[in-house]
Design a protein around this ligand. Structure first.
Ligand code: PEP
Ligand code: MG
Length: 755
């Protein structure tokens, strides 16, 4: 059964359109279970009914004709109960409903299982047979397993099918749901970025000049043919007969007139060579994968490999250079900081990433740049979005393709309202950040790009609580030299002087990798991250801290922050290394001051040892993004568990209070530089807890300031007491929303609520 399951899923993975997906499922499930009927009913959002969409065994004419509302018939019952129903005599069941057009009266036994994706019932998968016998446990378990695996594929095919094919006039407005990444609304044109040589991620694109595209395709094919010939000659003596045959098979595939013809046919229809090649290869891979002979099934890998080689040529020397529209919405499976850097700054208005979640680093970067972003749009067939008009709703995490006039108008109004709100907020820019009863709170910013500095200063930032030094490391193709680093750090320190700038030592690992220093691990968030990497590479740590110290000469506004510290010896060794760098530079004649050294509290062990860390360090700064993920055991990047990730969880709030209390006891300052500091609701609680500094993305600064200026510290403390007694994040959020509305600050907390 397992191998049938695998081969069905493999066959489906290479299939795009919904109709073919459903047809394959009913055919293969019926075959594998040796039943007489297999059918699929899918849920229709508008009518709330379950409609027969594919069948093997029932009258094919009834497809699309039979529809049951939830709770009607056995199919409706499976859907509403969200569990399998297994009957030896379906007709005897009180819910049985007879549809003469299906011809199903002949079938006595019925097994129906719900198809559930992201907690929603997409449809029902049914098998039936004539004999009056209950399906056995094994069969039931198989169908449930099948359905669980199929749900994602069906959901994907549904949305892909809905995005009408290129060139058609009948475009339809579609909505895709993801996770809010950075607030705001963007309306623009999608530009899809894809990793090179990935056959499954080639954007659907047109070509302008068909003849030139065909010539270009033939050149690339010839180049790969030449490569293959070259390899096989080079390796001739070392290859055994079987391996030589592989090269011959490769060469013959490339010479296969049929393959080239299919691609050229597609190019003639206006498709770009890359896209045409990837779809034709996809079809061939699918054919090989579905063969029962293991030898031929294996050949699918060869076709894929060859496909990637040709694609690499097509992409390397692609005819068309990316032209970024004036309002570019960058779309990718897993966007990175360098993808963002490719787009001219003034043209980038929105971001959509299929992977990642609200606290992934690319979302944090987007927030600091003020670019509306949707993350974790897992069902988005992103390769089909290239060139389409889209709306990014970064408030709710929604994406709309080909929006109609009414929707456009609605979002233009929200964008307009946002501008007005920005003007209102601008008014507090130069006012002190203090509560109604004059309690001062320092509002600092998190930066990573030089561009952040101006925006932060424009918004009245009083310091930098976190400069993510890994960003300049990510934008290069090798480690920056000490001098290159010094120049970057100097610019940052100068921009903010005399305000303090807290520079974090290199924090790579987890979801932040450097292309020139790859870290491959099964469990990267629990692996070689942050201080663990740099203490294992003191040369990196030393050159970085030397660069920071040199950069601070004459400014003396540097503070150094250590990420991912989980043990006291890590702090001690880091302090010793900074001290060494400092002494070296003094010996070299630099006139510098020893900076304060702080520890990030972002793992549970640091919470429990906060007192000891506070005693040894100069200050503590809570990294609530990681602390939340490690306390709740919820990956901050995984959209599947995004609902469970939340800094308002009572356990996180209690941990924060504990850290503040430990710092108080040691007389050391405490700040917070995770994203929650920029959430105005959370900021109230943090101030009440006693944090000295809130450090946030520049985009949140003015909102936080206006909220603090609208409330008394005493009120915030009462609110904190109330919140600390609540059992879960949801009730805490509801409670805070209510309070905010009461004091007239609702719009700041719920921007874009008009949806
Ligand atoms: C944090 O973890 O809260 C933090 C500020 O660091 P980063 O988001 O860069 O991991
Ligand atoms: Mg962190």
């Amino acid at each position: 059964m397992l191998s049938s399951l695998r081969s069905i899923v493999q066959e489906l993975n290479a299939t795009q359109d919904l109709e073919s997906v459903l047809t394959i499922i009913v055919r293969r499930v019926r075959e594998t279970m040796a039943t007489q009927v297999c059918s699929i009913y899918l849920h229709e959002e508008k009518s709330h009914a379950y409609t027969l969409m594919a069948t093997e065994g029932l009258n094919p004419e009834s497809v699309g004709q039979v529809s049951l509302s939830a709770n009607r018939g056995l199919v409706g019952l499976v859907a509403s109960r969200e569990e399998a129903i297994n009957l030896d005599d379906a007709e005897a069941h009180p819910n049985f409903e007879y549809f003469p057009e299906t011809g199903e009266e002949r079938y006595s036994s019925f097994l129906g299982v719900p198809i559930i994706h992201h907690r929603a019932v997409l449809g029902v998968l049914v098998v039936q047979q004539t004999s009056k016998r209950r399906f056995d446990e094994g069969e039931e378990a198989f169908l449930i397993t099948m359905s669980a695996q199929l749900a994602g594929i069906i959901a994907h095919a549904e949305v892909t099918g809905a995005l009408v094919s290129m060139g058609s006039q009948a475009v339809k407005e579609l909505k895709f749901v993801g996770i809010a990444g950075a607030q705001g609304v963007a309306i623009g044109d999608a530009v899809v970025v894809t990793p090179l040589s990935d056959l499954n991620a080639v954007p659907l694109q047109q070509c302008d000049d068909v003849d030139a595209e065909i010539r270009f395709f033939n050149q690339c094919l010839a180049a790969v043919r030449e490569d293959v010939r070259h390899f096989s000659l080079q390796l001739e003596e070392r290859l055994n007969k079987e391996e030589q045959m592989l090269f011959e098979a490769y060469a013959s595939l490339l010479d296969d007139a049929a393959l080239g013809r299919e691609v050229i046919e597609q190019i003639k229809q206006g498709y770009a060579a890359q896209y045409a090649w990837s779809t034709v290869i996809g079809e061939h891979v699918k054919t090989f994968q579905s063969m029962s002979d293991p030898y031929f099934r294996e050949r699918a890998t060869d076709v894929q490999d060859l496909g990637r080689r040709v694609l690499a040529y097509l992409q390397q020397s692609t005819q068309t250079k990316v032209v970024y529209p004036d309002a570019t919405i960058l779309v990718g499976e897993d966007l990175t900081a360098s993808d963002l850097a490719e787009v001219p700054k003034e043209k980038l208005v929105g971001l959509i990433s299929v992977k990642g979640s609200g606290n992934s680093h690319v979302a944090i970067l987007a927030r600091s740049m003020g670019i509306p972003t949707v993350m974790g749009a897992v069902d988005l067939p992103f390769t089909r979005l290239d060139g389409r008009h889209v709306i990014v709703d970064g408030y709710h995490g929604h994406v709309y393709s080909d929006p109609g006039d009414q929707l456009l108008k609605h979002y233009q109004e929200i964008a307009e309202e946002d501008l007005q709100m920005a003007a209102v907020l601008d008014a507090v820019k130069d006012l002190p950040s203090e509560t109604l009863d004059n309690h001062r709170v320092s509002l600092w910013v998190n930066t990573g790009l030089i561009a952040d500095a101006q925006m932060s200063l424009d918004r009245g930032a009083e310091g930098v609580g976190l400069f993510r030094t890994e960003v300049p490391f990510m934008l290069r193709d090798r480690f920056p030299s000490e001098e290159e680093q010094r120049a970057v750090y100097r610019e940052q320190l100068e921009a903010f002087a005399p305000h303090p700038v807290t520079m974090r030592t290199l924090d790579i690992g987890g979801d932040k990798s450097l292309p020139y220093f790859p870290i491959q691990e099964d469990n990267p968030f629990l692996g070689w991250r942050g201080i663990r990497v740099t203490l294992d590479h003191p040369e990196i740590f030393l050159s970085q801290t030397r660069a920071m110290l040199k950069a601070s000469e004459g400014l003396d506004n540097l503070r150094i922050l250590l990420p991912m510290v989980s043990t006291l010896p890590e702090l001690e060794i880091a302090q010793m290394l900074v001290n060494r760098a400092f002494m070296e530079l003094i010996d070299e004649g630099f006139s510098i001051q020893m900076p304060q050294i702080g520890v990030m509290v972002e793992v549970p062990s640091a919470v429990y040892q906060a007192r000891e860390f506070a005693a040894k360090a100069d200050f503590l700064s809570v990294g609530s993004n990681d602390l939340t993920q490690y306390l709740l055991a919820v990956d901050r990047n995984n959209p599947r568990v995004a609902d469970l990730y939340g800094a308002m969880h009572p356990a996180v709030l209690r941990a924060l209070q504990q850290v503040v209390d430990c710092c108080r006891a040691e007389g050391k300052p405490v700040s917070i530089c995770g994203e929650m500091a920029g959430d105005p609701k959370a900021a109230l609680l943090l101030v009440a807890m006693g944090f000295d500094v809130l450090s946030m993305s520049a985009s949140g600064l003015l909102k936080v300031k206006s909220v603090l200026r609208g409330i008394k510290l005493e009120e915030a403390k009462e609110l904190l007491d109330q919140v600390m007694a609540l059992p879960d994040a949801e009730s805490i959020n509801i409670c805070l929303d209510k309070v905010m509305r009461r004091v007239g600050l609702g719009r700041i907390f719920n921007p874009g609520a008009a949806e």
